[in-house]
Design a protein around this ligand. Structure first.
Ligand SMILES: Cc1cc2nc3c(=O)[nH]c(=O)nc-3n(C[C@H](O)[C@H](O)[C@H](O)COP(=O)(O)OP(=O)(O)OC[C@H]3O[C@@H](n4cnc5c(N)ncnc54)[C@H](O)[C@@H]3O)c2cc1C
Length: 474
């Protein structure tokens, strides 16, 4: 492997786990903590507003809001409905796949974050009745609320790919770094994908395998993850002086939404020299025995010239395309949690149908004003990432408290999100953007692949997430 750290770097002689612990105590982490206010500062200005707040979900968004809400209210009356005792640090699944983390580095206990002063119903919300301010859990318990925060995340639909079920992942050359059961607090996708990397390496010693990496047409949490696996998989072989034919088959029309980042990625791909992109290709079925993937290929052709409009008509076409493979990495079609999709809380039509209908800036429900949303579940036009949830949490809490105090919600989320695109072992393009465009936090060219972002992501982010973000301290 390429050395990840400079020669004689003290971190080199440490285990990854020790490095993670040490970084949590580092001056950088400490300065971030200092700049975000201590719990007692925040408690000093706690609101006397009353009312029962129910939080649905037990992931990043739920815990970030819970921690802030406990401090924001002088007399909190909070119920959290979350099935999971364990919490998965999902961004770490990529580093597990890469062989940089072990699976236990990304699983934390939820109990320490939820705490004893909060009523924890270990179940899932099954139905919502927002007209009567109540919901029912899977176990049949009716829960009433004055205010509701929905943080139920996203749900994978591997079964929408004909011929595929989640239990086939890890067999027959099939992998998916996404694979997890968040209700059970487990995540197998990283480990399985690392084994897939190793199997790929063995195959590349005697042949030139074909590797397919797919991206669906639905919104996807961490939309950059399919490409992260593509480049890390390719670089994993390159380090061993091995090669394979990689195909990136995406339902999308480009590699990244912003031209600066798109150009940078194209440069990265040229450097590899063995990657073919297939745009407009949506994986619809797979024959796992024969190793054939079938895509719905959508494209346009030029039609007649329209004299009035002075342009050519564009005619939509689609065809079925079969691609044989030796190895396939599948990023699953994704929707909101089923309970949200089937509830009056979801968008009933349009692009975001099925996702939570919140205002993209205030994160307040557009029809039920005592309901707020955070994280992947929100039907808003921005990437579904932990970075988004981190920037949404203070807005949700500020606006919720305003509503509880009968004031207008005025805090606005600017759409911040982040994609730390791992383009090789040791290099990341840190693409940060919001509703208006690229929004780098540091005065560095965001399109430049940098080692510093790799080191930051690998060593700093996990402890920052674990000790600061989930405790609502940044
Ligand atoms: C492979 C991968 C790589 C990623 N990389 C990055 C990255 O580099 N940077 C980044 O910022 N983000 C990344 N993300 C995305 C990030 O992990 C998510 O965006 C973030 O976890 C969203 O938080 P959330 O609370 O909305 O959802 P989650 O953290 O997924 O939590 C949802 C919770 O809701 C619970 N739940 C579901 N349905 C119900 C219900 N009906 N009732 C009660 N509870 C329910 C689930 O059990 C779970 O606890 C990555 C994700 C993956 C999978």
């Amino acid at each position: 492997m390429t050395p990840l750290l400079p020669k004689n770097d003290p971190l080199k002689s440490m285990s990854r786990r020790d490095a993670l612990k040490m970084m949590a105590l580092s001056p950088v982490a400490a300065s971030v903590l200092a700049s975000t206010g201590t719990p007692s500062d925040l408690e000093a200005s706690a609101s006397n507003a009353t009312g029962r707040v129910v939080i649905v979900g037990g992931g990043a968004g739920a815990l970030m809001t819970l921690a802030r809400l406990r401090r924001a209210l002088a007399n909190p009356d909070i119920i959290i409905i979350a099935p999971n005792d364990k919490h998965v640090y999902q961004p770490g699944q990529i580093f597990v796949a890469a062989g940089e983390y072990s699976p236990e580095d990304i699983i934390f206990d939820n109990s320490g974050y939820i705490g004893k002063s909060v009523t924890w119903i270990k179940d899932e919300a099954a139905t919502f009745d927002p007209d009567n301010n109540k919901l029912t859990t899977k176990g049949g318990k009716e829960v009433e609320y004055d205010y509701l925060i929905v943080a139920a995340g996203a749900q994978y639909h591997y079964e929408q790919i004909q011929g595929l079920t989640a239990d086939m992942i890890g067999t027959n050359g099939i992998s998916s770094v996404y694979l997890s059961d968040l209700a059970a607090g487990t995540a197998e996708g990283g480990r399985i994908t690392h084994e897939w990397f190793l199997a790929l390496k063995e195959a590349a010693k005697t042949s030139n395998p074909r590797v397919l990496c797919t991206q669906p047409s639905t919104p996807l949490k961490c939309g950059g993850a399919p490409q992260k696996i593509l480049y890390l998989g390719d670089d994993f072989l390159r380090q061993e002086k091995l090669s394979a034919d990689f195909i990136f088959a995406t339902a999308g029309e480009k590699l990244f939404a912003f031209p600066e980042i798109e150009n940078a990625i194209q440069k990265v791909q040229k450097g590899y020299g063995n990657i073919t992109n297939k745009f407009g290709h949506d994986l619809v079925s797979i024959d796992a025995e024969k190793k054939i993937a079938t895509f719905l290929h959508k494209y346009q052709i030029q039609g007649e010239y329209d004299k009035d409009l002075e342009e050519y008509d564009m005619i939509d076409k689609e065809e079925s395309v079969e691609i044989g493979y030796d190895f396939i990495h599948i990023s699953p079609p994704t929707g909101a949690s089923e309970a949200i999709v089937n509830s009056p809380l979801s968008w009933q039509k349009g692009n975001a149908k099925g996702w939570l209908e919140v205002d993209r800036e205030t994160l307040q429900h557009r029809r039920y004003k005592n309901v707020f949303g955070i994280g992947d579940v929100c039907g808003i036009p921005i990437g579904k990432t932990g970075g988004s949830a981190r920037h949404q949490a203070p807005v949700v809490i500020k606006n919720l408290i305003s509503v509880m105090e009968s004031k207008k919600p005025e805090a606005l989320y600017d759409g911040y999100t982040v994609c730390p695109l791992k383009v090789s072992y040791g290099k990341i393009i840190m693409a940060e953007f919001n509703y208006d465009g690229l929004a780098p936090s540091f005065p560095l060219d965001p399109a430049e692949p940098r080692w510093i972002w790799w080191a930051f992501d690998l060593y700093m982010l996990q402890p920052m997430y674990r000790y600061l973000m989930l405790n609502g301290l940044m």
